[in-house]
Design a protein around this ligand. Structure first.
Ligand code: SAH
Length: 346
């Protein structure tokens, strides 16, 4: 029965509310069919190649107070650190040697990384590694700031919208943050010329089918190059610390649905998915994901970038992570692509 729905999503690259509602309750058989279709679509666009992004977690300082995130300002148990430009460049050097051609600089909203500091870091990375892409994930900044960093050479920007439902957004964030501003940032990034990524946490507190439907509608409007989704994982020292974790199954299901609706989108199998299930990232790829983001941060800071509890890969050196992932990918019949892995969409 639901197989018809899957075929329809696939051919129309669209989903109706009722179809989403019914898919979210599908059987394991139907879920297998959905994943198979998503895998076919992913293979037709990307072959069996998986893109790598080296994630550098540049700062655990944050001026925001999001209720789900371990880096929130009010979390007095968080250990704070920030990497200097030199340390960031060292991570890139290690990463380049390991074959990474995209560096993702992610962090809390930390005033230390002014436009001037970012412009210096970005230009220096691009000067040393002109063939590499630089992705930023530094939260909300002014349009002018995004423009300066783009002009300095930044190629991509990840800013999950977290939820496209007003009421849900308010339940996850304090008064001073707004969905309107989040969306404004995303449209600005896109119009400046960044390959732009939005996304959500699956199973975040108070999320319901309507929220997810609105997320998909918002994505259709934004036309992102990338969509980052992973399960919500509780962080004990946050206001959401005693909520249930998001489910792996629902994350896999949504990865497949997104692959069918957005055939060419870059879709990572996230660390959060790998945290919730030892084979989560492999399952993500088999559900239609085509990107992995191994950690390139110095091992000394990894435990301090505690967005959520029990995050994986906090002990391994970058080299170990990259060998480990390469093997994991090959075991399921895929290969790592060592190119920049740009979006196939203009
Ligand atoms: N300050 C940047 C980067 C935030 S960390 C920004 O605002 O974009 C990157 C992503 O981690 C967030 O967008 C959020 O979706 C995810 N994240 C934060 N807390 C999480 C949690 N408890 N479980 C799962 N993912 C989480």
């Amino acid at each position: 029965m639901d197989k018809k729905i899957v075929d329809k999503i696939c051919s129309s690259q669209n989903i109706e509310y009722d179809e989403l509602e019914s898919l979210l309750e599908c059987s394991d058989d139907e879920m297998d069919y959905l994943a198979e279709k998503a895998r076919e679509v992913s293979r037709s666009v990307f072959g069996n190649r998986i893109y790598l992004r080296g994630l550098i977690e540049i700062s655990s300082h944050c001026k925001n107070d999001c209720y789900y995130c371990g880096l929130r300002r009010s979390n007095h148990r968080a250990e704070r650190y920030r990497l200097t430009p030199e340390e960031i460049l060292d991570c890139c050097e290690t990463g380049y040697g390991l074959g990474f051609r995209t560096f993702v600089l992610q962090g809390g909203e930390d005033g230390y990384y002014s436009d001037d500091v970012m412009v210096f870091i970005i230009s220096e990375i691009k000067r040393r590694y002109p063939q590499c892409a630089v992705t930023l994930s530094l939260g909300e900044r002014s349009e002018e700031s995004y423009k300066k960093m783009f002009d300095a050479g930044a190629d991509r920007y990840l800013l999950r919208h977290e939820t496209a439902n007003e009421a849900h957004y308010k339940k996850m964030h304090p008064e001073n943050m707004s969905l309107e501003n989040r969306k404004r940032c995303l449209f600005a990034l896109r119009s400046i010329g960044y390959q732009t990524g939005c996304g959500i946490m699956v199973g975040s507190p108070y999320q319901n089918v309507e929220c997810i439907y609105e997320d998909i509608c918002f994505m259709k409007e934004l036309k992102p190059h990338m969509i980052g989704i992973g399960p919500f994982v509780k962080q004990s020292d946050t206001p959401f610390g005693s909520f249930e974790n998001g489910s792996v199954r629902m994350t896999l299901l949504l990865l497949s649905v997104l692959r069918l609706i957005f055939p060419k989108v870059l879709l990572p199998a996230t660390t959060a998915l790998g945290t919730m299930d030892p084979l989560g990232r492999e399952k993500g790829i088999l559900a239609g994901a085509n990107v992995l983001m191994p950690n390139l941060s110095p091992v000394s800071v990894r435990k301090k970038y505690a967005l959520y509890d029990n995050k994986i890969c906090t002990g391994e050196e970058a080299a170990e992570c990259s060998v480990c992932l390469e093997r994991r990918v090959e075991r399921i019949g895929y290969v790592i692509d060592h190119g920049r892995g740009d979006s196939p969409v203009s």
